[in-house]
Structure formats: structure tokens, C-alpha cells
Ligand binder design. Structure first.
Ligand code: HXC
Length: 270
């Protein structure tokens, strides 16, 4: 369904966003709304055909968009894509980690390597992208002012808040993503003026995750327990992401001095 955005169409004007998994699902929803609100968009993904069709779609909306093939599990890919994004658009203001791996399997049938694979994509991949983007997204990075850093947004889930059938690996991976988000928000918010945020979507319609996790009969039944009697939409997540990426969400600069003192006090123990 097409909605009219409640935000002004230029709230991300001049900003550059790099999104992993930005060519499909929730990632593409965010890429689209970022672009429609003025951002230039680079998307990273493993499948060339997915990237190509997403880039064509974004460009058809008049959005400056480019796709880079890469796997977030490979540090060299992360580094290359970050550097290519800066080469193409001059800077990075926003990094969105939306790449994820998922399959349904019971714990007894899941090999340790299967468990590791999903953690590698979701959790280590998220950290790797943040790590490689730091020098560009921190205050004083290329194209940035000396006082203002950019924004990192990590997409997790809610299934690890309790427990979910056949999702032990994904639950562990998303719990780690949330931990990365909180710790970077503290450390890089304090040191580099980077706002690190997370969005934890519940079930979102028309996504690979939902197709795998929620066959229609389950989705229809579970709607009865949902306050609005409907699944979330990619647009809902994109709008939340848009707010967080915009200048409406600013950190409290005054609190940072106090945090720096605390950190300095601990430095001797590192
Ligand atoms: C059991 C499986 C498996 C399956 C892979 N493995 N698929 N085990 N059941 N269906 C195991 C393999 O046996 C192997 O372990 C290990 O995982 C690595 O498998 P590969 O196929 O070599 O890995 P790779 O080719 O890198 O593919 C990774 C993948 C990929 C995760 C399996 O297929 C993938 O990314 N799929 C789709 C992405 C996706 O669905 N994205 C949407 C995410 S939605 P062994 O021991 O045999 O070597 C999402 C939402 C979550 O994240 C929250 C929802 C509410």
C-alpha cells in the first residue's frame, strides 16, 4: 500500500546511507524511504540479481543509488564496500545493518557450523560493518564536521526476548546484535558523537523472514493476538528508521563529558 509520508521530503537531503541487506525485505523498505526523503543510497548484498533489481527500482524513483556485491562475513568485503561508498558519494552519514541469515531448524538438527553461520552474518557481520565504517562516520571523518558524527542503525528482532520454535541460532544472533547496539551507543556515542540505534521489528509482512517463519495459517491465527489485528509493514520500520536517521534525533552533548570521565577512570584497568 502507498502511504503519504508524514515527513518532509528533504529531511535526509545531502545525507549518504549505506545499507547491508538493503536490496530486499525491510532493508529495501528503508533504502526506498531514505531515498525518497533526499538521501543517496548504497546497498550491499550477496546476490547480484537482487542488487541489480533493487538499484533499478530505486533509480526509477529518481534516487541516487548504487549496489555493491559483498558478504558481511568477510572483513575485506566490508572494508571495500565502505570505501567504494565514500568514493561514490563522498562520505557516509548513515550505516544500516539489515543483512541477516535465517532458516528454521530444531536445535538437535542444527550443526554448530549452522549456528555459527547465522551468528557470523547477523552479529559478527554487524560488528564488522560498524568497525570498518567507524573512521568515516565519526565526528571529523571525511565530509563531516569536527563535532557531529553520523548514525548507525542495527536491525534485530523480538524473538530472543522469550523463545521461538526452530530459531535458537537466530535468537542468539539477534541478542548479540542488541548487545552490540547498546555497547556501541555508549562507547561511540561518547567518544565519536555517533548515534547508535536499534530497531527490533516484530513480524513484518511480505518479508523472507515472515515467509519462512509464519506460514499463512499461523500468520492469520496470530493476528488475533495482535493489537491492530495486522502484521507490521516494511513501511512502519522504514518510518522509524527515517526518524532516527534525521536530525530530529540528537544526542545529549552535555552528558558526554560525565561519561568521558567515567571511561577515563576505567582506562587504567583495560
Ligand atoms: C539446517 C542449515 C540450513 C537449514 C544451512 N544450514 N541451511 N542447517 N537447516 N535449512 C547449515 C549448513 O548445513 C551448514 O552447516 C551451515 O548452515 C552453513 O550453510 P551454507 O549453506 O554453507 O551457508 P551459506 O551458503 O553461507 O548460507 C547461509 C544461509 C543462507 C543463512 C543458510 O541460506 C541465507 O542467508 N539464507 C537466506 C537469508 C534470509 O532468509 N534472510 C532473511 C532473514 S529474516 P554444516 O555443519 O553442514 O557445514 C530474519 C528475521 C528474523 O533474519 C526474525 C524474524 C521474526
Amino acid at each position: 500500500m502507498e502511504w503519504e509520508s508524514p515527513f518532509k521530503s528533504d529531511i535526509l537531503k545531502g545525507k549518504v546511507a549505506l545499507l547491508t541487506g538493503g536490496g530486499s525485505g525491510i532493508g529495501l523498505g528503508i533504502s526506498t524511504e531514505f531515498g525518497k526523503h533526499g538521501a543517496s543510497v548504497a546497498i550491499m548484498g550477496r546476490r547480484k540479481s537482487v542488487l541489480d533489481s533493487a538499484v533499478s527500482y530505486l533509480q526509477s524513483l529518481g534516487i541516487p543509488a548504487i549496489g555493491f556485491e559483498g558478504d558481511v562475513r568477510k572483513q575485506e568485503d566490508a572494508k571495500r564496500v565502505v570505501e567504494l561508498t565514500v568514493k561514490q558519494f563522498g562520505k557516509i552519514d548513515i550505516l544500516v545493518n539489515a543483512a541477516a541469515g535465517n532458516f528454521l531448524v530444531s536445535p538437535e538438527d542444527l550443526s554448530p557450523n549452522g549456528f555459527r553461520t547465522v551468528l557470523d552474518i547477523d552479529s559478527v557481520g554487524t560488528f564488522t560493518m560498524c568497525h570498518e565504517a567507524l573512521n568515516y562516520i565519526k565526528k571529523g571523518g571525511p565530509g563531516r564536521s569536527s563535532t557531529s558524527g553520523g548514525m548507525i542503525l542495527n536491525i534485530s528482532a523480538t524473538l530472543h526476548y522469550t523463545a521461538s520454535w526452530y530459531q535458537i541460532h537466530v535468537a542468539a544472533a539477534k541478542a548479540a546484535v542488541d548487545a552490540v547496539t547498546r555497547n556501541l551507543a555508549l562507547e561511540w556515542g561518547t567518544d565519536y558523537d555517533i548515534r547508535v540505534n536499534g530497531i527490533a521489528p516484530g513480524p513484518i509482512g511480505d518479508t523472507a523472514g515472515m515467509r519462512k517463519l509464519g506460514p499463512e495459517e499461523i500468520s492469520n491465527k496470530s493476528k488475533e493476538y495482535m493489537p491492530l489485528y495486522k502484521l507490521g509493514e516494511k513501511y512502519d520500520i522504514a518510518m522509524a528508521a527515517l526518524y532516527l536517521a534525521s536530525d530530529a534525533d540528537r544526542g545529549e552533548k552535555e552528558q558526554k563529558e560525565e561519561r568521558r570521565r567515567v571511561k577515563k577512570g576505567l582506562a587504567g584497568n583495560v
